[in-house]
Design a protein around this ligand. Structure first.
Ligand SMILES: *[C@@H]1O[C@H](CO)[C@@H](O)[C@H](O)[C@H]1NC(C)=O
Ligand SMILES: *[C@@H]1O[C@H](CO)[C@@H](O)[C@H](O)[C@H]1NC(C)=O
Ligand SMILES: *[C@@H]1O[C@H](CO)[C@@H](O)[C@H](O)[C@H]1NC(C)=O
Ligand SMILES: *[C@@H]1O[C@H](CO)[C@@H](O)[C@H](O)[C@H]1NC(C)=O
Ligand SMILES: *[C@@H]1O[C@H](CO)[C@@H](O)[C@H](O)[C@H]1NC(C)=O
Ligand SMILES: *[C@@H]1O[C@H](CO)[C@@H](O)[C@H](O)[C@H]1NC(C)=O
Length: 464
């Protein structure tokens, strides 16, 4: 019905001009056939509409976003869904990521960075439609995205030249990039591994990973994790001239709005991911010690010693203080993932200066305590998003220690009346680069042992 009305009402030429009008019209018709009117008006961020009015192909517009007047070209900015009897193509554009889920006859051609969704016959509106997707989950950060290859997702029908399959696969595929900020442990997990887990865990290994922007060192670093998610050897899709055909493909990964956490609608939580990691790295401890349980055992404190920037310059003193309070102290620098995971998992309290090393909280046992030390310069806005929020979702306890100016080595580099010391907010206002180049990269931390003591004591108390 939808198509008939379109065909009768608009010539192709008119339709170009009336594209948006046609859409509104279609939507109204669609809505009158559906009982979704209430949810249509609701505030859901990514409402999908699916109709079943007996036509072959439909192209539907997400109506939940506010600026709806932008459909002017085949490059569409917002969520779109094409549904036929056998084919589902849903591309979602979110603040943090773009991704497409395609089912049916899906063909991936690496050499042209194209993903084709083959349908019987496309509706006029769907013709010439395509989506550009950079399959890396940090869209809000242009610097991260700049090295990420762009893929085109395109619905095609018999009137197009459809590339012939040269390799048939019977399992679904997930296509993602490993460019961006990888190599930084925070981004390894936040941008790729966690989103990849939430997308592909449900396949129970029966999934093909297609890697774009291949970096062999990264793959070998996380080979054990990738192998636990997929039983099949990765395909480096950029350098391969095959046309791979799949029953379903996901292009891009979805990142949740809480860093290092997981979208519950994917049916997995970050706790499942932590269980999974414990399995993958053969980590023994699921729970931190309870001090009353076993008086003989000392709680273990891990001090993450960064050694380039934001490092503790009195690690020895901190260690002595902790020992005097009854801790067994481990001082380590994150290096090799699997051996460091083991060290972290053996500890009950982990402390470190704000930085990517704290991502290792993923390996801590349940009820363990994370102590984040905030350098001088106003790190509060980073502390919540990267420390306290993620640790909450992981069943960890969180403590924070904010250093005073006297505990920062910046006082040796700048005169006391310099704005770096006097007014950090004025540097923050100059932007991330100015802030980072001083407070992130130039300062080390000399903890005031007496001032820090209560934080370590509080951690002990929390272990009771
Ligand atoms: C789609 O593209 C072809 C070739 O560029 C053009 O002839 C056709 O009119 C386009 N269709 C629509 C609906 O814009
Ligand atoms: C892949 O499957 C299609 C449809 O079943 C078939 O026509 C084609 O020959 C197959 N291609 C290869 C390379 O096996
Ligand atoms: C990619 O396609 C071009 C022609 O379109 C061809 O010259 C080139 O060899 C192909 N690359 C690979 C790796 O097959
Ligand atoms: C989550 O589980 C529900 C119920 O089993 C299912 O309908 C839904 O498709 C699942 N969601 C995802 C993203 O797999
Ligand atoms: C930093 O730590 C790494 C690994 O432990 C070590 O190889 C390197 O020499 C250290 N650098 C400095 C400046 O101490
Ligand atoms: C990391 O450590 C594990 C266990 O100690 C070891 O088997 C592995 O070879 C190390 N990997 C690298 C890349 O150093």
């Amino acid at each position: 019905m939808y198509e008939t009305i379109l065909a009768r009402s608009f010539s192709r030429h008119e339709q170009k001009k009336l594209g948006f009008g046609a859409f509104v019209c279609c939507l109204l018709i669609a809505l009158s056939f559906c009982t979704v009117f209430r949810s249509y008006l609701g505030p859901l961020p990514n409402l999908k509409l699916r109709l079943s009015v007996g036509v072959h192909h439909k192209l539907l517009k997400d109506t939940s976003s506010s600026n709806e007047n932008e459909i002017t070209s085949p490059q569409i900015d917002k969520d779109e869904e094409i549904v036929t009897e056998k084919v589902v193509l849903l591309c979602t554009k979110e603040e943090r990521t773009d991704f497409c889920g395609i089912e049916g006859d899906v063909r991936v051609h690496g050499n042209t960075s194209s993903v084709y969704s083959v349908t019987g016959q496309l509706s006029i509106l769907a013709e010439n439609t395509s989506w550009s997707v950079r399959p890396y989950a940090r869209k809000e950060d242009p610097a991260a995205m700049s090295g990420v290859r762009e893929w085109t997702v395109k619905p095609v029908d018999g009137s197009h030249e459809i590339p012939q399959c040269t390799k048939n696969h019977s399992i679904p595929a997930v296509l993602f990039s490993i460019a961006g900020y990888l190599g930084n442990p925070f981004h390894d997990f936040a941008d790729v591994l966690i989103p990849l887990f939430s997308t592909s865990r449900k396949f129970n290994g029966e999934v093909q990973f297609l890697i774009t922007d291949k970096q062999p060192w990264w793959i070998s670093k996380f080979q054990v994790v990738l192998n636990a998610l997929s039983k099949y050897e990765l395909i480096d899709i950029d350098t391969d001239n095959e046309v791979h055909c799949f029953p379903a493909v996901t292009v891009g990964l979805k990142r949740y709005h809480i860093e290092l956490s997981m979208d519950p609608s994917y049916n997995y939580s970050i706790k499942d991911f932590r269980d999974f990691l414990r399995n993958v790295f053969s980590l023994k401890r699921a729970k931190a010690i309870k001090i009353s349980d076993d008086q003989r055992k000392k709680p273990r404190l891990l001090i993450i010693s960064r050694n380039r920037t934001r490092s503790f310059i009195n690690t020895g003193q901190i260690g002595k203080l902790a020992e005097s309070l009854g801790y067994e102290v481990v001082i380590a620098e994150a290096e090799n993932v699997s051996s460091f995971a083991e060290i972290v998992n053996s500890c009950d309290v982990m402390m470190g200066v704000h930085g990517a090393g704290l991502t290792n909280m993923l390996f801590l046992p349940e009820n363990a305590i994370l102590i984040q030390v905030l350098p001088y310069g106003g790190f509060e806005w980073l502390a919540t998003g990267y420390g306290s929020d993620p640790s909450k979702d992981m069943d960890l306890k969180y403590l924070e220690y904010k250093i005073r100016m006297e505990e920062s080595t910046l006082i040796q580099q700048y005169p006391l009346d310099h704005e770096v010391l006097r007014d950090p907010s004025s540097i923050q206002k100059q932007g991330w680069k100015a802030f980072g180049s001083v407070y992130m990269n130039k300062q080390n931390v000399k903890l005031d042992i007496n001032r820090f003591r209560p934080t370590l004591m509080k951690a002990l108390e929390l272990l009771h």
